[in-house]
Write a protein that binds this ligand. Structure first.
Ligand code: ATP
Length: 281
């Protein structure tokens, strides 16, 4: 039996640069892992099957699960003939902009590497994982990184200074595809380089000033409840607030623990799903 934790990620920035000929948007984003994890276990089987187990009613246990697809790709690419049972103890909210499925897939690449004693470098796993999804290579490494291309080119960064986050998820699902489809890229100032410098300088104030997500404008227009949550985060004592990924989860960042407790309590009054966690990096 082997165990892996699969931390969620948030975007500190998400710059959409232009639409490419292959249909993807060229992006530049700084992402960081947060202290909100799925827990996965991996056990060898006597047959050659991939079996996914989860108690969570919305986690698919068939081929649609990204962890299944990751296992299938690993077994095919490295000629593995022993099956695996993967148990997913789900804590990351689903379809939230927190890359829960990608985190589980990434944990599966790492987990099978250990379970089958393959000794593959993380960079090779990350390259392979890009075939499944643009956010997975970042999740293979975890930590903090600047991601470019369609998100799969990873430059690892040091961790941002210690901070607290309050996450609030409105009770709606947002389709990432539909948000990108409605996006008109090009006119926004790119913030990721600024964020990278702020992190390198360990400058908390500059990190807060550089928070920016080009998808926020699009999601907020479609879903007024996201706008309301962002406004509440901003007036309830956070140092800064932003939507993660294509939403709908928004986060407020706080330097001090007491400040985050205050913000958490304030947000509890207007949203049913609220988390107070550490920024891990
Ligand atoms: P992203 O931030 O990368 O856009 P997300 O956090 O918005 O992702 P996910 O939680 O990854 O979204 O899930 C999106 C959909 O993917 C779900 O509706 C679910 O059916 C499917 N899915 C596939 N594998 C998983 C998994 N391991 N955990 C949760 N959902 C999964």
């Amino acid at each position: 039996m082997h165990y892996e934790t699969a931390p969620a990620k948030i975007n500190l920035t998400l710059d959409t640069l232009y639409k490419r000929n292959d249909g993807y948007h060229e992006v530049s984003m700084v992402m960081t892992t947060v202290d909100l994890n799925d827990n996965l276990s991996f056990e060898r089987r006597k047959d050659r099957k991939i079996v996914i187990q989860s108690d969570h009613q919305f986690v698919p246990t068939d081929r649609r699960n990204l962890a299944y697809q990751a296992a299938e790709l690993m077994m095919e690419r490295y000629h593995i003939e022993t099956g695996v049972t993967i148990n997913i103890d789900k804590h990351i909210p689903i379809a939230a902009g927190l890359a829960g499925g990608s985190a589980d897939a990434a944990a599966t690449f790492r987990g099978l590497n250990s379970l089958y004693n393959l000794g593959i470098e993380l960079s090779e796993l990350a390259d392979l994982s890009a075939e499944l999804g643009s956010d997975i290579p970042f999740c293979v490494y975890g930590g903090t990184a600047l991601a470019t291309g369609r998100g799969e080119i990873i430059e690892r960064l040091k961790s941002p200074p210690h901070a607290w986050l309050v996450l609030a998820k409105p009770n709606i699902s947002v389709s990432t595809k539909s948000i990108y489809r409605a996006l008109r890229p090009g006119k926004n100032k790119a913030a990721s380089q600024e964020m990278k410098t702020a992190i390198l300088n360990e400058d908390y104030q500059s990190i807060v000033s550089a928070l920016k997500n080009d998808l926020e404008e699009v999601t907020v227009k479609k879903y007024p409840e996201v706008k309301k949550l962002l406004e509440n985060m901003r007036v309830s004592g956070s140092d800064g607030a932003l939507m993660s990924g294509s939403g709908p989860t928004v986060f407020g960042i706080c330097r001090k623990e007491r400040q985050s407790i205050h913000l958490y309590n304030a947000m509890k009054g207007c949203c049913s799903e609220v988390y107070r966690i550490r920024l891990l990096g």
